[in-house]
Ligand binder design. Structure first.
Ligand code: ATP
Length: 453
């Protein structure tokens, strides 16, 4: 979303209550099973920066793929873009980020701790040392990372890391319009890294300095923008529900007029019930013609739509659904996490939709005996071209099932000694734990029918 607004105070859940313990469970699971690692761990860790491990990279990729599928692949009116991360000051001057993408920063004169003024419980008391009245005047701190391009230092070489992907779509508006044969209503979508020098990063991957966004700018005739705004609010809400977040953990919250950027005609947030309360996953804004007009004025380019048949000429208005991929990945993990009693034991299971799960199938020989390894390898070869598979031949089978439950694998395929006679395998379903004997020859078709969505 363009120029930053102050973050909203956290709101308490209304009907459903947040689960504060869930946070630690997800952080522990993420580290223990290889979803998310602290960055530069062996050097003591680099604050607020995370690396996505073997399972995290799969889950994150699936989140982004599902977004791309629904926003680009399944539509005829949205095209993709992959714009650069580095950009010259002119872009951020025109967009307003150089002047306004700021948070109010205060320093404690006693202990030198820095805080975001708008996040303090008591604006007069330092939460680090308790000193009263010791804060400096608030300074507006710009959140953009600045660096330099080329070997010569100097203002001419200044560049910024993008704090959002959106401006890439605005500055390429004419390029896309001229090459794609699209006309409003149409959208440009992009997934990529963004960087913000957050004063108070935290809550694991919820707020980090380097993160991934999934954003789309939808250009529409001005008079149609209220209708398209409502359309995209609904579409985006349904995307989360379709992928397994339940209705009581998700809400669409319309901003009050004093929360909105001055140029926005309407804004809503899709919010998830995090362990600390309701918080933002995505913002959907009617940005009017603000961005195209700013860039047209600053660059001298004509950023408008001209219909050669009707002679009509106008600057489209923009509806922007802007989501965070890394933040959303964490929400899907939290929504999927369940603990339940099974035969006196606690089973941890991630009820991830199969489209998001890191592995869709685990291939498990009942034992390490050589006669089972070869057919297991054959089953793996059969299934692997269709789905992401894990293969595991260590430990007792019950423990291996639990390991797969814990990372959300929907189907385990077990090869046992009967397989050698009946050419069939046991397929175990994660949520029901039901097992079914399936002939190897029909295994792919069987799994396909189970994962048809
Ligand atoms: P917030 O109020 O949480 O700082 P924002 O309103 O500034 O977010 P936008 O500029 O609307 O965020 O960015 C769109 C989406 O990008 C957010 O809804 C969020 O999912 C994601 N996002 C923004 N900042 C971060 C961050 N520092 N770390 C992780 N994700 C982020």
């Amino acid at each position: 979303m363009g120029v930053r607004q102050d973050s909203l105070p956290l709101m308490e859940a209304e009907e459903t209550t947040a689960d504060p313990e869930l946070f630690d469970k997800i952080v522990n699971l993420s580290k223990r099973r290889g979803f998310v690692f602290q960055s530069a761990d062996i050097y003591g860790g680099f604050r607020s920066t995370y690396d996505y491990g073997p399972l995290g990279v799969l889950l994150l990729r699936n989140v982004k793929d599902q977004w791309w599928r629904s926003m680009v692949q399944m539509r005829h009116d949205v095209v993709g873009l992959d714009a650069s991360i580095l950009s010259p000051p002119a872009v951020w001057e025109a967009s307003g980020h150089l002047a306004n993408f700021t948070d109010p920063l205060v320093d404690c004169k006693e202990c030198r701790a820095r805080h975001r003024e708008d996040k303090l419980d008591d604006p007069d008391t330092c939460p680090s040392c308790g000193a009263k009245g010791a804060f400096t005047e608030a300074r507006q701190f710009n959140l953009m990372f600045k660096t330099q391009a080329g070997p010569v230092e100097g203002s001419g070489a200044e560049v910024y890391l993008r704090p959002e992907t959106a401006q890439g779509m605005f500055i390429n508006f004419a390029n896309v319009l001229n090459t794609s044969r699209k006309k409003p209503p149409f959208g440009i979508a992009q997934i990529g890294k963004s960087f913000r020098n957050e004063i108070t990063p935290g809550n694991f991957v919820f707020r980090t300095r380097e993160f991934e966004q999934m954003e789309m700018e939808f250009f529409v005739p001005p008079e149609d923008s209220p209708e398209w705004y409502r359309y995209w609010c609904e579409q985006r809400r349904n995307w989360y529900l379709d992928l397994g977040i339940s209705e009581d953990q998700l809400r669409l919250r319309e901003h009050e007029s004093d929360e909105m950027s001055h140029y926005a005609a309407a804004t809503s947030d899709v919010e998830f019930l995090f362990p600390w309360g309701w918080d933002e996953l995505e913002g959907i804004a009617n940005r009017t013609d603000f961005d195209l007009k700013c860039h047209a004025e600053a660059s001298g380019a004509r950023l408008e739509f001209h219909d050669p048949n009707s002679g009509e000429r106008y600057v489209p208005h923009v509806i922007e659904p802007a989501a965070g991929a890394t933040r959303t990945m964490m929400a899907f993990l939290m929504a999927a996490y369940h603990e339940e009693e099974v035969n006196g034991d606690t089973r941890t299971v991630l009820r991830l939709d199969h489209r998001l799960a890191p592995y869709q199938v685990a291939v498990l020989p009942l034992s390490k005996k050589p006669e089972l390894i070869e057919p297991s390898q054959e089953v793996l070869n059969l299934v692997q071209p269709h789905w992401m598979c894990d293969y595991d031949q260590t430990q007792a089978i019950g423990r291996r099932y639990r390991r797969q439950d814990e990372v959300g694998t929907p189907f385990c395929v077990t090869i046992d000694f009967d397989t050698l006679d009946d050419q069939a395998v046991t397929v175990r379903e994660r949520d029901s734990m039901e097992q079914e004997r399936v002939p190897i020859a029909g295994l792919v078709a069987y799994l396909e029918s189970k994962m048809s969505k």
